[in-house]
Ligand binder design. Sequence first.
Ligand code: MSP
Length: 676
Amino acid sequence: MLANEFGKMLQYKNPASKLSPEAETDPSVQNCSSEHDTQDAPAHPPGLGTRDPGTPAAQRSNPPADRQPLRAAGSLKGVEPWAGPQEPAPAGVPGSRVPSPGGWVLRGCRRYSSCLPGARGDAGEGRAHFTTPIFYVNAAPHIGHLYSALLTDALCRHRRLRVPGSASTRFSTGTDEHGLKIQQAAAGAGLAPIELCDRVSAQFRQLFREADISSTDFIRTTEARHREAVQHFWRLLEARGLLYKGLYEGWYCASDECFLPEAKVTRQVGPSGEPRPVSLESGHPVSWTKEENYIFRLSQFREPLQRWLQNDPQAITPEPFRQTVLQWLEEELPDLSVSRRSSHLHWGIPVPGDDSQTIYVWLDALVNYLTVVGYPDADFKSWWPATSHVIGKDILKFHAIYWPALLLGAGLRPPRRIYVHSHWTVSGQKMSKSLGNVVDPRACLDRYTVDGFRYFLLRQGVPNWDCDYYDEKVVKLLDSELADALGGLLNRCTAHRINPSGTYPAFCAACFPSEPGLTGPSVRAQAEDYALVRAVATLPKQVADCYDDFQIYKALEAVSSCVRQTNGFVQRHAPWKLTWENPVDAPWLGTVLHVALECLRVFGTLLQPATPNLADKLLSRLGVSATERGLRELYFLPRFYGHPCPFEGRKLGPDTGLLFPRLDQSRTWLAKAHRT
Ligand code: MSP
């Protein structure tokens, strides 16, 4: 959508607005202002009181005709009007961008980089900023939180493999520290809110450090830089005539920090046996709220949001979540209350120029995504909208409706992408403190190792559906895929007995000709062996596409399937039955090991985003140096295509023990866990 189209839309829907003189000095704000000053448009924003996907079915008054739009209280640093949805991202970047090492561009060689970088939908070589949601500090982290952070970490690490250079990729996480929920939790614990925040925020930080979350920024919403960003953002909305004061009356759920329409509230028997109103979705208690608040003209953004989502099919991934949001948008959007009375909510950022009101915690929290890229300093524009959010499905509405609407209101584009995941349940039940079934992620990292637990969550977590957690599942998966299949394969190819020289043996093209179906005395390769080469050659692209579609579990499944195929290859040719001393066996023995080591090198490279330490151990054992681990350097089996292989004849790295020791041999803790 063009900027002036957006302006026109505002003209129709936002007649009451008048910009402050301060705002009029900002050309981007002016862009809207001239459109706002129309006389004959309707007096009230439409959409109040209608049902929405969970926003207030506000039984609040429309803004009185005499209510003046709010005045901007401060100066507004340059912010451009929204210029329509982003151009669709290029569907892959031409291979010519990728330098060809040594000048050899191979006919038919699986030079993975030729189908890189970015897979689909990535802005190629440009900047990319990934964010986790910021985590509430009312309780200690659980595995669901770690999962959100791990998914983001894996996306980010995969991108770094495609586009090297630490400056082009950023990754932020942090804690969401304001709001009624935290205020109440602190009071319940007999702590000052900031004490609770310091304590729990440190736990998140520590967990992420232990889990090797490679974030480049950790934001706390209680920081001064964030307060400045939020207040600036608020003033901008105000200056654009998008805030008004009105009476809000409706349900509020402090646990979920959201307003609820009557249709989303039900009655449940509480602990005292009395029926009490709760949120239909979360089951958390709700309370009736009636107060004068500042209200954001959310109703005006329904059409722009629809257009954004229709024009950018990748805006929300996986697709069913984009469809959900489009469905929500089929109904009118009510305006959104964006402040609370300070007497009720004191733990938050005050409304600029009106200390009697505190900014709604979701507005506060969402702006963290701008704070971390330096907003409101002009520099932030080099990272916005190059930002992608990873979120759980429970916070889709906030990220896919409120946030883009707020951004559009502030003259900014929606984020590049929103990746949505589902939840972890425990033995079929929602994880909750009251049920006492919260799984402690630090204990899991201890038991299963950092890489083991990372692998489990990423391999088993499916974004489209909830997944159930139980300990036996972890043990079974890690033992079979990491210890036996991958570790066993490495062992088979590197053990002294079979590879006494401890090198990457030579590939013999006469034993494994590039043309399938050739016959001759030296040809030993069979049809299945060509299938293996094909599968591993296309694996990096397949993995990249899975990352792009936010199907990380499928990427790991694809790797795991190739590991199985490679084990089948080794099993088929039983190199342990061949001897180096026999001149007929030796070239084929070397070839079998060479092919298997090449496959392992691809697996190690592709596993780096999910299991960085394990992949490092694997690649180091293969003698692959740090500069040979990127996706651009990933040339699979060049000797098969008649080209030199830099690894052939190279000494393997030192043997540092089992790649991943089996877990089921030391299961005393598991038995103990079941007794408790
Ligand atoms: N503070 C808000 C987010 C603000 S972002 C501007 C919030 N915090 S949260 O701590 O409740 O949740 C943070 C993330 O953890 C969300 O993505 C949420 O979906 C995720 N999870 C919380 N419980 C989960 C599971 N049981 N399973 C998987 N993820 C879960 O919402």
